[in-house]
Write a protein that binds this ligand. Structure first.
Ligand code: GLV
Ligand code: MG
Length: 317
């Protein structure tokens, strides 16, 4: 089963830019990926591969989730990317990220290739996690079978730039609503479909980049939309985006405290000493097993975000 790691913010780091590979060490995102794909010009793919492997081996990225995004499976770089990255840096990275995933059969193929490379390098089979991007119409049509196809799959990531191009959406501002679409959210269907597929098969679901790096209000609105639906996090491209995204994808202190209280109250009241009851009162609120499940989601996000409780449960209340 895939590991649930904190991924409120995922920093995209172009592999061809040594300065950014270095600067990424000091940014407070939960996760980051060193990119060999679209942030790297075709002319410098080899150099980027070299830089990314060297940066991963040098380390300094802390205990954040460290991934490498390889080129798409139908590109001429894919095989060399994945082989060289796992052979040379497989023991120091957490995940491989594969863009433009379109079918479950492709995902199974990547999964098997990773397993072969793990075995060849003396790594435990399943040690490396997998993250994939859904970023075109075919990928979205198949997202449910893709989500179910691999145990090592940890997250489904929406790729708005490629997706907007794939469906001919009439906008060039990535992550923003197309002009002329005045009712609702043009991305609602896509986001919801990804989220449901991810939740059905226990995967994290991550929103992609907001390219207007100077428009922090726009970023806030876009992040708030996917966070409210239940997404686990969002990509960031610039240091100014980090704190906003971390904050929006963390539970509030009040929600975190409340969730911990529900868990304690429910544990106490359902235990033999607490009366072995099923539905119980917490203050004016009736809580039951479903409330416990909802509280568990918020409490694990809060713990992952490093929140501390500011109130404690008292069985006398
Ligand atoms: C990210 O890869 C995107 O296409 O938005
Ligand atoms: Mg893309």
């Amino acid at each position: 089963m895939a590991v649930m790691r904190a991924r409120r913010s995922t920093l995209a780091v172009p592999g061809s830019n040594p300065r950014m590979l270095d600067k990424a060490r000091g940014l407070a995102t939960d996760a980051l990926f060193l990119d060999l794909e679209d942030a790297v010009s075709p002319l410098v793919k080899d150099q980027a591969r070299h830089n990314v492997i060297a940066a991963a081996l040098e380390g300094g990225y802390g205990d954040r989730v460290l991934s490498v995004r390889v080129n798409a499976m139908d590109s001429k770089w894919f095989r060399d990317d994945i082989t060289r990255v796992i052979n040379e840096a497989g023991s120091v990275i957490d995940c491989i990220m594969v863009p433009k995933m379109q079918t479950a059969a492709q995902l199974v193929q990547v999964d098997q290739l990773i397993a072969e490379l793990e075995a060849a390098n003396g790594l435990e089979i399943g040690a490396l996690g997998l993250e994939i991007q859904i970023e075109d119409a075919l990928g979205l049509v198949n997202v449910e079978t893709i989500a179910a196809a691999s145990d090592r799959l940890e997250s489904l990531i929406f790729g708005p730039a490629d997706f907007m191009a794939s469906i001919n959406m009439k906008s060039l501002v990535v992550g923003e609503q197309p002009s002329g679409y005045t009712e609702g959210d043009a991305f609602h269907y896509v986001l919801m479909r990804l989220l449901v597929a991810g939740r059905a098969f226990g995967k994290q679901v991550i929103d992609g980049p907001y390219l207007g790096i100077r428009d922090l209000d726009g970023l806030r609105r876009a992040a708030q939309r996917s966070a409210s639906l239940g997404f686990d996090g969002k990509w960031v491209l610039h240091p100014d985006q980090v704190d906003i995204v971390n904050e929006i994808f963390s539970p509030s202190q009040a929600d975190y405290d409340h969730a911990e209280l529900i868990l304690d109250a429910y544990d106490f009241h359902t235990s033999a000493s607490g009366g072995a009851r099923g539905a119980v009162m917490l203050g004016d609120e009736m809580i039951d097993e479903a409330s416990r499940k909802m509280a568990l989601v918020i409490s694990s996000k809060g713990r992952a975000a490093g929140l501390q409780r500011t109130s404690t449960f008292n069985s006398e209340n």
